[in-house]
Design a protein around this ligand. Sequence first.
Ligand code: NAP
Length: 548
Amino acid sequence: MPDVLEREISTTDPANPLTLDAIVVGGGLGGLYALRRLREIGLTARAFEAGSGVGGTWFWNRYPGARCDVESMEYSYAFDDELQQEWKWPERYGTQSEILRYINHVADRFDLRRDVILNTRVTSAVFDPASNTWTVRTDTGHVARAPFCIMATGNLSTPRVPDFKGINTFKGRWYHSGLWPHEGVDFSGLRVGVIGTGSSGVQMIPLIAAQAKHLHVFQRTANFSLPARNGPLDPEIEATHKSEYPARRTAAYDTPFGIAGFPPPVKAALEATPEEREAKYEAKWAEGGSISFLYSYTDLLVNKAANDTASEFVRNKIRSIVRDPVVAELLAPKDHPIGTKRLCLDTNYYETYNRDNVTLVDVRSSPIQEITPAGVKTEDAEYELDTIVFATGFDAMTGALREIDIRVGNGPTLAEKWAGGPLTYLGLMVSGFPNMFTITGPGSPSVKTQMIVAIEQHMDWIGDCLATMRARGMHRIEPRPEAERDWVQHVNDVADGTLYPLANSWYMGVNIPGKPKVFMPYVGGFAGYKNKCDAVAANDYEGFVMSR
Ligand code: NAP
């Protein structure tokens, strides 16, 4: 006899939908914490997850070298002190498999797994304004109903392979970094091509080069990368960090990136002498880590002349590492200020180009024309390959939401509302789409912070909001259109006051053909953002309309 839960979960009969207080979309770090928080406030919920396991990003991105670029002592949940005290991270930066092991541990430890429905992709979410109910349907035929829908769909969860002509004619195997086979890939003896040199490419290239017969790296835009300086986690650092954990977690809320422990800079770059700057950048380069480097001076992300000093420092490092001066110059980014695209962290990335079995192909000057049965054809050559790896990125921040048919009654879809770019109030809700929350949605600091701190802050805010609604006997909440308009304007104004818009980045949506060029994350800093969210709640949910 199936128990109640099994019967509920197997519900695919529209006349007998799974009936809940809240539906969560996604079983990654956001979805799992949503389940935990909803349970805490006494709401029933289930999460639908497309993967065959929990973990989101860390479930899918299993490419060689996949590793978090936020330090492992920071990149973890803060909601349970025993958890953070007991968990042991082996290295300074967590590997994909280690982080996935941690997420599975959390799912078991807090008994969250029973509320996750795996192998199930949400295809539509339709709100009925008369009953204030979301009906969610999935590709496996589930139908679920709930007054609230929480989108924990991730910011980098929609992998994109460019629409290259001939891709289906390729005789070898090809892979995308974000859809990596669980059994791994053995590149031994193979001629491999990696297309893309963002964070994923930069991490995998040294490892693939060490295994492959020959590696061709197809680079369109050179990216800045700093040494991660990874290594075993120093037990003393671990012990100190653990003794300070609660205080550090609280302090993280008062920082721009949601990470404590980096003293804020006090000086502008151009106030320092060239010798002082060089010494500072050198120390940061030796220390490893991107936030620390960007924290060298107050103005690296707002003043181009200041940024030029840091950018040139890293370009000179590249020139000093890479022996072939032509290759070094190609690898030295010149088209965007450092930090305005996601700053990569690496282990032996630039050194890899000194290997005899690695060739850098500049596909900016000679773009890829097609994939042929034999390999990759650019404007001026054809490269014969056994395997192609696409490290070509994601339809970031809005991709996963735009793929779901989200609508209110027969109204326009969310994708239609966002045709000119995402519109949200605080990155938490969308006007005209009541009772739907977005965890780390566009217009919130999200990808510009330590993601887990952002997830917890969002879901704590949402949990408090739902508890308040229940206490007041309210059934419906949505942002006022004018609050949304003003917030979107603010998000744009803040971005325009920085150097970020100077880069053609996925933050701007420009990596996806046809996507509107709009800066999507909020870069006003996590601390100010959290204060704003708290003030909105304290001020009777200012900018939102609650109703019965
Ligand atoms: P990405 O940063 O978007 O990089 C994609 C790369 O593919 C770029 O070099 C891009 O060149 C290239 N590309 C795309 N289409 C191309 C085409 N048609 N022809 C040639 N090249 C093409 O993607 P990602 O490396 O997967 O990283 C995405 C984000 O995920 C990161 O920024 C980071 O936030 C996160 N991530 C984090 C980690 C970590 O924590 N360590 C690791 C991996 C990813 P252009 O620049 O010219 O477009």
